[in-house]
Design a protein around this ligand. Sequence first.
Ligand SMILES: *[C@@H]1O[C@H](CO)[C@@H](O)[C@H](O)[C@H]1NC(C)=O
Ligand SMILES: *[C@@H]1O[C@H](CO)[C@@H](O)[C@H](O)[C@H]1NC(C)=O
Ligand SMILES: *[C@@H]1O[C@H](CO)[C@@H](O)[C@H](O)[C@H]1NC(C)=O
Ligand SMILES: *[C@@H]1O[C@H](CO)[C@@H](O)[C@H](O)[C@H]1NC(C)=O
Length: 570
Amino acid sequence: MAVSSFWLLAIFSLFFGHGVLHVDASHHVYRNLQTVSSASSYQPYRTAYHFQPPQNWINDPNGPMYYKGVYHLFYQYNPKGAIWGNIVWAHSISKDLVNWTPLDHAIQPSQRSDFYGCWSGSATMLPGGRPVILYTGIIDAKNSQVQNLVMPKNLSDPYLREWVKAPKNPLMAPNSANKINATSFRDPTTAWLGKDGWWRVLVGSKRDSRGMAILFKSKDFVNWVQAKHPLHSAKGTGMWECPDFFPVLSESPSGLDTSVNGPDVRHVLKVSLDDKKHDYYLIGTYNAAKDNFIPDSGFESYVLRYDYGKYYASKTFFDEGKNRRILLGWMNESSSEADDIKKGWAGIHAIPRAIWLHKSGKQLVQWPVEEIEKLRTKPVNWPTKVLKGGELLQVTGVTAAQVDVEISFEVNELRRAETLDKWVDPQDLCSRKGAAAKGGMGPFGLLIFASKGLQEYTAVFFRIFRLQSKHLVLLCSDQSRSSLKKDNDLTSYGAFVDVDPLNEKLSLRTLIDHSVVESFGGEGKAVITSRVYPTLAINDKAQLYAFNNGTADVKITRLSAWSMKKAQIN
Ligand SMILES: *[C@@H]1O[C@H](CO)[C@@H](O)[C@H](O)[C@H]1NC(C)=O
Ligand SMILES: *[C@@H]1O[C@H](CO)[C@@H](O)[C@H](O)[C@H]1NC(C)=O
Ligand SMILES: *[C@@H]1O[C@H](CO)[C@@H](O)[C@H](O)[C@H]1NC(C)=O
Ligand SMILES: *[C@@H]1O[C@H](CO)[C@@H](O)[C@H](O)[C@H]1NC(C)=O
């Protein structure tokens, strides 16, 4: 197919911002390590159904989209080694979000506007179903940033193998007039189209320590003007990486195209806070006339996260095929850089999650895409049973290092709940009160990657507290005993789950995959992912248990576990 007339709208002159860029490098670059590859043959931590390439470093998911029946995933990739560097857009495709086939790299450094790296960005569907991608180009050794556009060479190719860079790149650049900090200007979102015919896109940035989502507008997707105000900003939050801005329905789990707005629509702004290395989101109202976003409550109050463990640089897209919004995210390693180089790879992606607004309107809910259930085999189901205080029951009949498990608990009374005098940070609470700290109501949950003599295990569990007249349900992922190798990051993670422990079941689903423990509490109200590297509890030596280390008995109303087949992952 000929190059679309789309480009004829563009001005074919090489534009470059006039501003002189005085900036500091924001990444340490270890040139000697960036090309090291000495992969060991000992590989007990590679995943069977979580996305990862055969080797090397990966980070952010980029430009996810659904095009002509095919899911596209691009991702930040170092083709030369297991640590960050030499970043290109690698590309894989899938029919089901579970099995993935690699294609050639889609975007690589080749022009002045991206010669030092092709960093994160997003895809947008133009009218008529033509995808385009905006991404951040790095233009010098100081990591100065601009935004570039690419479009597919051949729209008849459902695999979108080849991408053509816009001659006018870069389309957005720091200059002396806009005073944008050139090393803090990256990760364009999916654009949305207003009723006024203008496209809008956000780029993550900061001014001093005020994090912000800078808004740009365009009629033709090529000529972009900066809006007077950012869509939103918040002091003290530092650099906003990978912003994501999307509509959700207030009364339905169905997804919406990113441009939809209306009376039943609420908006979500997610940012990856560089200072904290976590993905936070706000729910609020988007005023299209004023082009601002008013959150129901801001970062200063209670903060909501997609995942209270390891999860960063996530991005959603609207899956037109199944009318849902899907969330993709990156999980980094908890091992040392030396170990990553030894094993020859670093970084995986989470199982794609459907994401929607909870009917309370107060938080989002996430659930692994239904397609992952195709990998389930050899179901194990327990009848309802009481799990006594201090009891440990092994879940047999599953491949415990590669399993999907759902467990639900019921409690009858809360008299033995431990008392809190004041609200406490849930992660701190989990660090202080791990699985080995006996309680009243809990800890009860799962022991994962447990070795035969319990020298190693990762514990994911509930614990119920009383705070004044209310009860708080805590979900913890306790990594403190996950590995005998103590130089891994063994931090514990925690979140409160907004469930009523007397009237609702306490449910937990955990996707276990060799070095991944991805847990969904309260039917997706609280998600915690951890990365662990057992030395004894590997492959068929790993065991799975239900445990209760509280004094009160609890009832297991459901336990279903499935050994998971291996997915085709690149
Ligand atoms: C475009 O893609 C289609 C479908 O894959 C293919 O048949 C056709 O040959 C391609 N055209 C060009 C010019 O590569
Ligand atoms: C610009 O960003 C860099 C990198 O984070 C930072 O060191 C510098 O202080 C920033 N400058 C301003 C004016 O915010
Ligand atoms: C990755 O993991 C390390 C250690 O577990 C952590 O300190 C770091 O901030 C993580 N996140 C990112 C986004 O790099
Ligand atoms: C349960 O608590 C006891 C006493 O604190 C502790 O020794 C034991 O290791 C705990 N069990 C688990 C599975 O952590």
